[in-house]
Design a protein. Sequence first.
Length: 278
Amino acid sequence: MIAIVTDSASMLPPVWADELDVAVVPMTIVLDGAPLRERIELDSSTFYRQLAVGATVSTSAPSPGEILAVYRAAVGRGASHIVSIHTGADYSAVLSAARVAAGQIEVPVHLVDSRTVSFPVALCVTAAARARGAGCDHHEVIAGAEQTVDTVDSAFVVGAPDLLRRSGRLPDDLAAPTPTTILALGPGGLTELATVDSVTQALDAMADHVGNVAAHQPVRIGVGDADRPDLGDHLADLIRGRSGVVDLVRYEVGPSVGAHSGAGTVGAVWAPVQGSQG
């Protein structure tokens, strides 16, 4: 049996985690000095409500012990290999913690650095899980994740650019974004796609961009929002039904990502559908 593990900063929707049998290790959100585990002790609505009234917030990776507990549970269920796919090392210390945990478990743990954050990680996890579901061995499951690492892309606007700037995640050559600057996080890192005059124009431009990609290759898409389901639903409606869109899921931008992007963040993430996944 191959177990698949990720962290909650992947934004993997709970329904997908259940359907695909993926274990999710929670990130920790420090809200006004109180450490809270994402999705367990802190939900998105509470987080954004507190953020709106000026709460101080930071994030931290799970400890090696927390990850080891998840690995041991997987072994207890019969896992002979663990494929652990995580938020990129440039964005979080979770991969380092997983590496420590991997050295303390008796079965092989294969670590995959997604080199990204948020729902792009979820699509890497999904590719691995679908490969496992197709009867692939652990080498092919890892390859499914790594192939998606190389191809996953996104387009989004950030609700609170100041948070993104303070996070230190803006490359030096990227001008300071505004809430109508369309950004991309893909194989080339964080880049700017365009700047428009309104959020409505940004939604239209993102939908057209995704539509152009999907017209050339089938894609699996996630549309997410941070405390603005109206914007997320509208973007999903603009994309849904376009040629080449094989699957579209809505997801919440949870606290571990929202702490660095703010309420009002909205966008789309996509990856080509691999041969065994259609």
